[in-house]
Design a protein around this ligand. Structure first.
Ligand code: S3P
Length: 432
């Protein structure tokens, strides 16, 4: 387990290009694997999670070729033109819940036996949420008390009308990917509009689907065609540096080529309420995804507070750990509720945020579904336990920038799950 030491900083300055969006990379990898032809992807996520999706596609018969490095890195995926063969071994999803849940929907319509496995954290995460709709479609999935490893006895599926009981883009995607290949038109509705990358990606690969109000419909038995695409920068990775910038009055941060899909930008709204000033320098659209350059500064008067509840919590679920980590430094603190899902992410993120806030000397109240964190607190350096969770490792590296004394991030290497370059960027952008 690696340890990174983070020292207090006085400002955050510079420009940053974050690696490609993790969510979009998973979807492009999977749909490219199923499609006919060779998909060429630039700015594909450098994280370990999307690499798990690519490895699973290879195990399912797709050809994956990586060339170039840095900005010139290119992933080519030649798909199986609609028919996955029987894989020779289990499909290893590593730490990635997205891979396991979305892949289950993608492969369930194929007439083979698939075994989906993952690391210890992944075997603790709830999988019943995908088994249920796929079973309604006629899929046979065996779980172990609601968890991975999963055995799928694949075969033809039939369309369903499904109302998602929990807001989850992964569950929505599993149903859409299965519906794409089922007989009939599958429709589903969501109570909270979750990230819609799957809808954009499916259209990009040539599928037809429609949305009326909160109901999405996808006709079955559709074929996909390869695409050329650039993955937008990951706003959930940029979130750490956006929050870091806000901790210092004279910060100036420019984020290049960042994904600005409206279903992902709730963070910018909350940071705006806290006191961030944004300048959007340009916005373009690629395959339905918005990509822009933004500059962020802090409004005079410092950071206010925020109340994050209801649908907003669901839309900010990946950003809540870093928001909680900077909450003590705001004037009015943060109240986070309706975020029980945080307990079943790569770790119990409410418990780990609580543990690490305590280590840094913060006072707060923990609830089953969130935290109340008063503002105006000065934290001190401490030993942080990442719990091998990438977002916890990065969130507390940001809290460390405004603490007194040095902070040790234990299990810092977890950052590589979504953002291997995180600590290198932190060293470049944080002025001490
Ligand atoms: C994701 C959806 C969210 C999110 C995860 C990525 C996706 O999970 O937390 O990091 O790519 O669809 P849920 O669908 O479980 O909410």
């Amino acid at each position: 387990m690696s340890i990174e030491v983070v020292s207090p900083a006085r400002s955050l300055q510079g420009s940053l290009t974050v690696p490609g969006d993790k969510s979009i990379s998973h979807r492009y990898a999977m749909l490219a694997g199923l499609a006919e032809g060779t998909t060429r992807l630039s700015n594909f996520s450098t994280g370990a999670d999307p690499a798990s999706s690519l490895a699973c596609m290879e195990a399912l018969g797709a050809l994956v070729k990586t060339s170039g490095e840095g900005l010139a890195r290119m992933i080519e995926v030649t798909g199986v033109a609609g028919s996955f063969p029987q894989p020779a071994a289990a499909l290893d999803c590593g730490n990635s819940g997205s891979t396991m849940r979305m892949l289950a929907g993608l492969i369930a319509p194929h007439p083979h036996t698939f075994s989906l496995v993952g690391d210890h954290s992944l075997t603790l995460r709830p999988m019943e949420r995908i088994r249920k709709p796929l079973a309604q479609m006629g899929g046979r999935l065996e779980l172990h008390e609601g968890h991975a490893p999963i055995t799928i006895h694949g075969g033809p599926l039939t369309a369903i009308d499904f109302d998602t009981p929990i807001p989850s883009a992964q569950v929505k995607t599993a149903v859409l990917f299965a519906g794409l290949q089922a007989t009939g038109t599958t429709s589903l509705s969501e109570s909270v509009r979750t990230r819609d990358h799957s809808e954009h990606a499916l259209r990009a690969f040539g599928a037809t689907l429609s949305r009326t109000g909160d109901r999405i419909s996808i006709p079955g038995q559709q074929k996909l065609k390869a695409i050329d695409a650039t993955v937008p920068g990951d706003i959930s990775s940029a979130a750490f540096f956006l929050c870091a910038a806000l901790l210092f009055p004279d910060s100036n941060l420019i984020l290049d080529s960042i994904g600005m899909n409206p279903t992902r930008t709730a963070l910018l709204d909350v940071l705006g309420l806290l006191g961030a000033k944004f300048k959007v320098l340009n916005v373009e659209e690629h395959h339905g995804e918005m990509i822009g350059t933004i500059q962020v500064n802090v409004a005079p008067g410092g950071l206010k507070g925020a109340d994050i509840t209801g649908a907003l919590s669901a839309m900010l679920i990946d950003e809540l750990p870093v928001l909680a980590a900077i909450a003590p430094y705001t004037r009015d603190g943060m109240r986070i509720r309706d975020a029980k899902e945080l307990r079943v992410k790569e770790s119990d993120r409410i418990a780990l945020v609580a543990k690490n806030l305590t280590a840094m000397g913060a006072i707060f109240t923990e609830f089953e579904d969130g935290l109340d964190i008063p503002g105006n607190q000065q934290l001190h350096g401490a030993k942080i336990d990442s719990g091998t969770d990438h977002r916890i490792a990065m969130a507390f590296s940001i809290a460390a920038l405004r603490a007194t004394g040095e902070t040790e991030i234990h299990g810092a290497d977890a950052a590589a799950i979504s953002f291997p370059e995180f600590f290198t960027h932190l060293r470049t952008l944080a002025l001490h």
